[in-house]
Structure formats: C-alpha cells, structure tokens
Write a protein that binds this ligand. Structure first.
Ligand code: ZN
Length: 273
C-alpha cells in the first residue's frame, strides 16, 4: 500500500472533467458471463496471459477496473490491447496521475517516477484514451469502481468496517473494486460483514447478501501470489470465480530494466508484493 495518499487532491480540471459516477451503456445488461480485470499497470506479458485465459472461459464481456499504466514498461501496448478487447474501462489513480489530473506528489517516490516515465513515454493516442475514462460506472448488474464506492480514486478497501460503509453507499447489491492489488471478498448477510482474501481457483455463490469483490491485480499482484489475477462472474447464476494465471515474469521484469525504470518494480513481480 506504498502509494496510499494522505488525502485526496483533485486538480480543478479533474473535478470538472471527471464525474464520480456515470451510467454504464445498456449493453452491459445483456452480458452474462463477465471477466473482471484490474490493475494491469503496463505489464503486457501478464495482460496477454490473462486474456488467453479469459478467451478459454467463453465470456460475454470484459470489464476493466482501472490502472492500465504506471509501474510497468509497456503502457502503449497495454492501452491498445485494452481498447481492442475490453467492453468497458475505468480510470485508476495511476492513469489519472500520468495525465496530471491528480497530484503524483501523493504517490510513493517509485510510483511517482514511474508515472513521470509513463507520461513522457506514452503516445498521444494512449493519453487520449486514458483521458476518456472515468473512475466508476454504475447502471449495470455490478457497480464498478476503481478504488471504492465512496472514493473511486484513492480509498484502499481492506477491512470489513470499510467494506460495510461502502456497501451502505452502493446502489447495487454487488460491487467490484481494484486498487489494492489483493484478491478479496467482503460479504454482508444478517448484518454481519465477512472479509476474506480469496485464493486462485475459489468459486463462491454470490446469489445472497451484499458483496464487494476485488479480482486481484493482473500486472502487479500484492497478495503473495505472483500469478496474474482476474475474476469471472456469472450475473445470472451469481457465481464468482477467482482465477490466477502464470505468465513470463522475466519478460516483464526485463522490460522494466530496459526502460530504465526502478529495478525494484521488476523484482517485486517475482514476490507478488
Ligand atoms: Zn493499481
């Protein structure tokens, strides 16, 4: 959680350009088997591996919860792939930091370095695409937020107490978040909130109660499992499956070194931290 900010800072431009919540397109209603992906962070090998697994699962839609860039060395490639493959994309705090819509002074020094590198090394098309995204969308079967329902840009939801406050604000029974890079689920039934890290391969019945789920990160997992993470949700049967995928970490780490980004950003990929 090294890039946790002390407080939220939105530039005037951001507050006019970013509406906190917008309606999802109607097409989301017809999509049944949904792949939830988040936090690619410029890690192209991880993104490719996850999309191959998504394709093998016969999904109707891919929804991305933010942070396509930042940390990793292949922002343009990841944004191009997301534009081609994802049916819906949110903006994350790193995407907005690269665009200078939020203050990267609130990032850790390493994250800030990576954001500046990304700003200087991305194409205009990449920056334009990121600039078209919002950090949350409601109106589909699942409320989608980069960070949390009460603060879609910055809040790291890691405790049952936070999750409960978020559930109280959610218009939908089920919400999905990214940002912490930890595969998690929060469930409220009979007034009790359960919080749990979820291992890859877990399949849970989400048909009852309130749920806030985090698929875990595609490109920079921080829950001790270095494999790329994503989640498959069937919004008819309300089953949720947390999946993990091996990918060539060497390639992502080497690209970080070759780009002149901090070496630690490659090393942490092997640890899943
Ligand atoms: Zn992230």
């Amino acid at each position: 959680m090294n890039d946790r900010p002390a407080h939220t800072k939105l530039s005037p431009v951001a507050s006019t350009k970013l509406s906190p919540v917008v309606q999802a397109p109607d097409s989301t209603r017809a999509q049944r088997r949904v792949a939830l992906l988040t936090d690619v962070h410029g890690n192209l090998p991880a993104f490719i591996a996850v999309l191959a697994d998504v394709d093998a699962q016969n999904v109707d839609a891919i929804w991305f919860l933010g942070d396509l860039v930042g940390y990793g060395a292949q922002p343009d490639e990841c944004v191009k792939l997301a534009a081609e493959r994802c049916d819906l994309c949110l903006a994350g705090n790193h995407d907005l930091g690269v665009l200078d819509r939020i203050d990267i002074g609130d990032f850790s020094p390493t994250a800030a370095k990576a954001a500046l590198w990304t700003r200087e090394n991305s194409t205009t098309e990449t920056l334009d695409f990121l600039g078209s995204l919002s950090p949350s969308k409601i109106g589909g079967p699942i409320g989608l937020y980069h960070a949390s329902p009460r603060d879609p840009i910055w809040e790291y939801v890691l405790s049952a107490m936070q999750a409960e406050a978020c559930m109280d604000l959610m218009p939908d029974r089920v919400g999905a978040i990214g940002h912490s890079h930890v595969a998690l689920r929060f469930t409220r039934s009979d007034g009790q909130v359960l919080s749990e890290q979820v291992r890859g391969g877990s399949v849970l019945d989400m048909s009852q109660g309130d749920w806030l789920v985090n698929p875990g990160s595609v490109g920079q997992p921080r829950d001790g499992d270095p494999r790329a993470a994503w989640m498959l949700v069937d919004v008819d049967s309300w089953t949720g499956e947390w999946r993990r995928v091996e990918y060539p970490i060497d390639d992502a780490a080497q690209a970080i070194v070759d780009a002149g980004l901090p070496r630690s950003l490659g090393e942490r990929l092997y640890l899943g931290q």
